[in-house]
Ligand binder design. Structure first.
Ligand SMILES: Cc1cc2nc3c(=O)[nH]c(=O)nc-3n(C[C@H](O)[C@H](O)[C@H](O)COP(=O)(O)OP(=O)(O)OC[C@H]3O[C@@H](n4cnc5c(N)ncnc54)[C@H](O)[C@@H]3O)c2cc1C
Ligand code: FES
Length: 279
């Protein structure tokens, strides 16, 4: 059982949760995640540890409501507990001694980008972050990300904040201007389609690009194969081998297709759950 100590809606449908989890907070490193269960009957879903405070024994999760389990978790009140929180899971980010790193965050991907950007900043690496959203109303943690970045660029699809357009445009410009090859790596975290196109953008420049994959997960321990991905022709499990992989090696079309395999069941489950809570 893990008590929710604070909860706030950052933007419509995205919640920040402060959760009491001292043992997890003590061990967490940037890039890792937890698997949570809203209730005893609920499924296990992975959520990135967006922040952690070892002294207070807390972890911060940022949750986008997309289906039954995320809706159940978002409905847990402050002072109440989730049935389970397991972690930290996954391989931590490799914080290399680079000159410059570019962190690209799309939508809710801002949450997983933040601790990695902070890790690089603390290691003395110059951090350029590009944060994208559909519109100004969907941007969150802009100040937080800016605070751990030497340069922070915002893009919105509709131009309501920052540069009008997709994150890939400033990313391409940065790479084109990087004549001295100071950019040692690009991290892209967000919707799979955004990560795919960030990787396509960086590939001609030969810059290492890391993507944090958001596959469907079931057990989260390497036993079920639900989170399998093809990376460079080899099957890898996101939960134990990832979630970060070389984005240039990922079979993005397979990943996108596998994200949809339970679409019908997910829609059915959400419909049933909404009926229950509205009854
Ligand atoms: C390592 C990892 C870290 C993650 N971190 C976060 C996080 O910090 N915050 C957050 O909000 N979400 C995160 N996710 C995604 C989150 O786990 C899913 O959104 C969640 O499992 C959906 O469960 P649900 O029952 O609410 O929705 P479902 O009913 O399972 O799905 C509803 C819809 O969301 C889509 N969907 C389901 N799972 C995923 C997924 N993994 N990625 C993309 N789309 C999905 C489905 O295709 C469907 O259209 C992470 C995923 C992984 C693998
Ligand atoms: S979630 Fe089962 S193997 Fe990764």
């Amino acid at each position: 059982m893990s008590k929710i100590l604070e909860k706030k809606e950052l933007v419509p449908n995205i919640y920040e949760l402060l959760v009491a989890a001292p043992r997890i907070a003590r061990k967490t490193r940037p890039g890792q995640f937890v698997v949570v269960m809203a209730d005893e009957q609920g499924e296990r879903i992975p959520l990135t540890i967006a922040d952690f405070d070892r002294d207070r024994g807390t972890v911060t999760l940022v949750l986008m409501v997309v289906g039954t389990s995320s809706k159940k978790i978002a409905r847990i009140s402050v002072g109440e507990s989730m049935a389970a929180i397991i972690g930290p899971l996954g391989v931590a980010s490799e914080i290399e001694k680079l000159d410059t790193v570019v962190m690209v965050a799309g939508g809710v991907g801002t949450a997983p980008v933040y601790p990695i950007a902070r890790g690089f900043k603390e290691a003395g690496v110059r951090v350029i972050s590009i944060q994208g959203a559909r519109s100004k109303d969907l941007l969150f943690w802009t100040d937080r990300l800016a605070a751990v970045s030497d340069r922070h660029v915002i893009t919105t699809d509709d131009g309501s904040a920052g540069i009008k357009g997709l994150v890939t445009e400033p990313l391409r410009e940065l790479l084109e201007k990087d004549a001295d090859k100071k950019i040692g790596a690009v991290y892209a975290i967000g919707p799979a389609i955004m990560m795919k196109f960030c990787c396509k953008t960086t590939e001609p420049f030969g810059v290492k690009t890391v993507a944090s994959l958001n596959t469907i997960m079931i057990d989260g321990t390497g036993m079920c194969g639900g989170c399998r991905v093809d990376v460079g022709g080899t099957t890898r499990f996101t939960c134990v081998d990832g979630p970060e992989f070389d984005g240039h090696q990922v079979d993005w079309d397979m990943l996108l297709a596998r994200q949809k395999i339970y679409e019908k069941e997910e829609a059915c489950s959400l419909e049933r759950y909404i009926e229950t809570i509205e009854a």
